[in-house]
Design a protein around this ligand. Structure first.
Ligand SMILES: Cc1ncc(COP(=O)(O)O)c(C=O)c1O
Length: 404
């Protein structure tokens, strides 16, 4: 048969024909969302796989011969449980941890367990696009909450929820990235976390806490997780190995109340995530997490400093402002009101500098508040490229007349 079969009458209503997104890199790539390839501890990960094979070959072979446990590798869950206890200050049993195919899968499973089409969810007014996409895919209406340079402003959150309830639009839950927020880089102080928890209880509003960037801290110490401040089950906690190690490993996790775990897992297609990656991560981090962070985070700091210094030198005269994160991957650049750096993004990319325009992060997708913002990833390029790329970005903003 040579005629192509026509699926037009077959495709589901929910399916959409989006282009397959092939990532292309600008010469100075500040658009990505991950650390530099050279910081990936490839040798260490391979070595830990080899050690597991040498010391425990029968066990590893058996694990590889079957589909993984639905919750994922027992050993990596044990390690994660200790990590959460020692570093994030809360105790969960390994059987209350679900390993996932990146934390994106964790977020998707939880969203599906909690969301009916038409439900209203709250998130920071600028927030990670991947989660926004999943909210939209599963029919949630996302309402943005006002933020400042420290993140969610509790008083405004309280008022916003109360106004919404008055108008018959009670939100169902809150998604937040409290540490080194994506895209703004802010970290929420402990006192605000406590206030937000009080508000959450007042309105029976669960908090989906996304701690994706917590390991990438080069200044000071992390604030306690929401989950560490509240043991009632109102907090669902998600985190990832993508930023600490590498996104290609595709391993993240979540924890929450038992029924939430069971209902989320009901949406999982297939078994737990890749066992090979889990063995490598477990072996590597058990022995090397501290030394890895001690190598990685000072380099991250240097990259941040080069980008920040170049912003000071090249953007101060534009009337621009930008965030000063203590970790994570991003600086959030704010150009003066009325300055549209969203529409020139493709031209600037072709001329050598990649960034993600602020409009992409608008929680409510209004297209009204993000035009003069950009997310700049400082974690990927070298310190010198951060310096030179920001200088070129300033020149391009002048060339396209969004700055003078
Ligand atoms: C805030 C946040 N959460 C979750 C993810 C998903 O990461 P992964 O699925 O690689 O764990 C990302 C990726 O950029 C992110 O920025």
């Amino acid at each position: 048969m040579s005629n192509k079969f026509n699926y037009d009458a077959i495709f589901s209503k929910k399916s959409s024909d989006n282009p397959i997104n092939i990532v292309s890199h600008a010469k100075y790539d500040f658009a990505v969302a991950y650390p530099a390839p050279e910081t990936l501890p490839m040798d260490g990960l391979i070595q830990s796989l080899a050690t597991a094979m040498d010391t425990n070959s029968e066990k590893v072979s058996n694990e590889m011969a079957y589909y993984p446990h639905i919750l994922g590798s027992v050993e990596l869950r044990e390690f994660t449980s200790q990590k959460l206890r020692d570093e994030r200050g809360f105790i969960v049993d390994k059987d209350q941890i679900v390993l996932t195919n990146g934390s994106g899968e964790a977020i998707g499973l939880v969203i599906q367990a909690l969301t009916n089409p038409g439900d209203i969810v709250l998130a920071e007014e600028f927030v990670y696009m991947g989660t926004l996409n999943q909210f939209r895919k599963f029919g949630a209406e996302v309402v943005g909450i006002k933020i400042d340079d420290k993140g969610i402003i509790p008083d405004l959150l309280d008022k916003q929820i109360s106004d919404m309830i008055t108008s018959g639009r009670k939100p169902k839950y809150l998604y937040t990235i409290p540490e080194h927020q994506n895209p703004t880089g802010s970290s929420l102080p402990k006192s605000r976390r406590e206030e937000i928890l009080n508000i959450a209880h007042k309105y029976d509003l669960p908090i989906l806490e996304d701690d994706c960037y917590v390991d990438l801290r080069y200044e000071s110490v992390p604030e306690p997780a929401f989950r560490a401040l509240d043991d009632s089950g109102i907090v669902i906690y998600v985190a990832s190995f993508s930023k600490l190690l590498a996104p290609g490993l595709r391993l993240g996790y979540f924890t929450g109340p038992d029924e939430l775990i069971r209902r989320s897992l009901d949406f999982r297609v297939g078994s737990g995530p890749n066992q090979f990656a889990a063995i490598a991560i477990d072996g590597y981090l058990r022995n090397n997490q501290e030394s890895h962070k001690n190598n990685f985070n000072p380099l991250l700091k240097e990259k941040y400093q080069y980008m920040n210094k170049s912003l000071v030198e090249n953007f101060s005269d534009f009337g621009a402002e930008w965030s000063n994160p203590e970790g994570g991957c991003y600086i959030w650049l704010k150009m003066p009101e009325g300055c549209d750096i969203s529409s020139i993004r493709d031209k600037v990319f072709s001329d050598g500098v990649g960034y993600i325009a602020g409009t992409n992060f608008e929680a409510d997708a209004s297209g009204r508040i993000g035009h003069n913002y950009a997310r700049l990833c400082f974690a990927f390029e070298s310190p010198e490229k951060n310096r030179d790329g920001i200088k070129l970005l300033a020149d391009l903003f002048k060339k396209y007349r969004v700055a003078n």
